[in-house]
Write a protein that binds this ligand. Structure first.
Ligand SMILES: NC(=O)c1ccc[n+]([C@@H]2O[C@H](COP(=O)([O-])OP(=O)(O)OC[C@H]3O[C@@H](n4cnc5c(N)ncnc54)[C@H](OP(=O)(O)O)[C@@H]3O)[C@@H](O)[C@H]2O)c1
Length: 327
């Protein structure tokens, strides 16, 4: 076992996020890496827990305009896990996520990082010939294109839809009869990949840093289970004991009927619809992706049923992240 100062240092951006926490925890638990965890706020509960686990905490916001701090924060790191936070879409030609992703990647390069793992997604614009608009996919893919031009080793993970979306953003609503209307942004019977980012991201990134040459230039889907919306609701009913039924939030009318608050941002609605129509009509992943990879390297990756049993979710609103910086 190398002594502490000989272990490679990996910088984890968004370290308090679901993905970032998973990565930091997996790297630290392996005993093979030191972790530098970047955040806007060192005193949040997730960051204090990471510090207790041995991470070095550095304040460097995951925001545009912080290049100098990001370069300083990544200096001395062998590797970096780079990701973007949830970003509100803006009308074209604005590309805020692309700008932030480039800033992160350029900072890694300037800091002398040798291996970057970027949390990306497919290029929806290219895959659909511009027919669907899902900037939080496409801009990540454009960041990937940029990273591939940089003189460093790079690998790319593509996370499936998060199970936690239904706990954080699309929470089931109670109807007049007391049953839960579990509104899902997908048609009932279309199989779709889902994952628990809090437990599945770390093992994937650890595997990449453990075998850097094997994964140089690779694009790797991270999936817990491929299942339909109806199966998700049926499993929820069986595990939670709650009376719930599937409702469609796939069309604009249905989405706004179930989640009227989204209507405050037309761009957000357009992006949500573009994303799900893309996933249903073209497939979430390009056909050449190895959708079995993450289960091979992490057989314990949670299925939806295991996620429900572990979280003991009963259909209520839940938060997984640090509270907003303004809180
Ligand atoms: N939801 C899905 O189904 C899905 C699927 C695939 C990929 N993704 C992608 O996953 C990413 C989000 O990952 P996640 O859910 O793991 O993140 P998350 O849990 O929402 O956490 C995001 C972190 O980023 C920081 N942050 C949040 N808002 C910020 C802001 N306005 N400015 C600067 N920093 C901010 C916060 O860290 P500090 O407060 O510590 O700074 C926060 O802990 C997005 O890029 C999304 O597109 C999502």
């Amino acid at each position: 076992m190398p002594n502490s100062s000989q272990k490679p240092l990996i910088t984890v951006s968004g370290a308090s996020s679901k993905q970032g926490r998973s990565v930091a925890n997996a790297l630290l638990a392996s005993g093979r890496y030191r972790v530098r965890a970047l955040t806007r706020r060192a005193d949040s509960a997730p960051m204090r827990r990471l510090a207790d686990s041995g991470a070095e905490i550095v304040v460097a916001p995951l925001e545009l305009g912080h290049q100098t701090e990001l370069i300083a924060a990544m200096r001395g790191s062998h590797g970096a896990f780079l990701m973007t936070p949830p970003t509100t879409p803006v009308p074209p030609p604005g590309q805020p996520e692309l700008a932030l992703g480039r800033e992160l990647a350029d900072a890694a390069r300037a800091a002398g990082v040798q291996h970057v793992v970027w949390s990306g997604l497919e290029n929806v614009d290219a895959r659909t010939g511009g027919a669907k608009w899902a900037p939080h996919f496409t801009e990540k893919a454009l960041v990937e294109e940029h990273i591939r031009t940089l003189p460093l080793r790079s690998s790319f993970i593509y996370l499936a839809f998060f199970y936690s979306n239904f706990l954080e953003y699309y929470v089931p609503q109670r109807g007049a009869d007391g049953s839960l209307s579990f509104a899902i942004y997908l048609p009932p019977d279309t199989p779709m990949p889902f994952v628990d980012p809090l437990t599945a991201t770390g093992p994937a990134v650890l595997e990449v840093f453990d075998y850097p040459e094997k994964y140089a230039g690779e694009t790797l889907p991270v999936i817990g289970e491929i299942l339909t919306a109806r199966q998700m609701v049926d499993t929820f009913v069986r595990v939670s004991g709650k009376n719930a039924h599937y409702a469609s939030a796939y069309t604009r009318k249905e989405l706004l009927q179930h989640f009227p608050a989204f209507g405050a941002s037309e761009c957000l609605v357009r992006e949500m619809l573009g994303m799900v129509e893309y996933a249903v009509e073209y497939g979430y992943y390009a056909p050449e992706r190895d959708v079995g990879w993450s289960r091979k390297i992490d057989p314990d990756s949670l299925t939806w049923e295991q996620f429900l049993r572990r979280s003991e979710w009963q259909g209520e609103l839940m938060s997984f992240g640090a509270p907003p910086a303004s809180a």
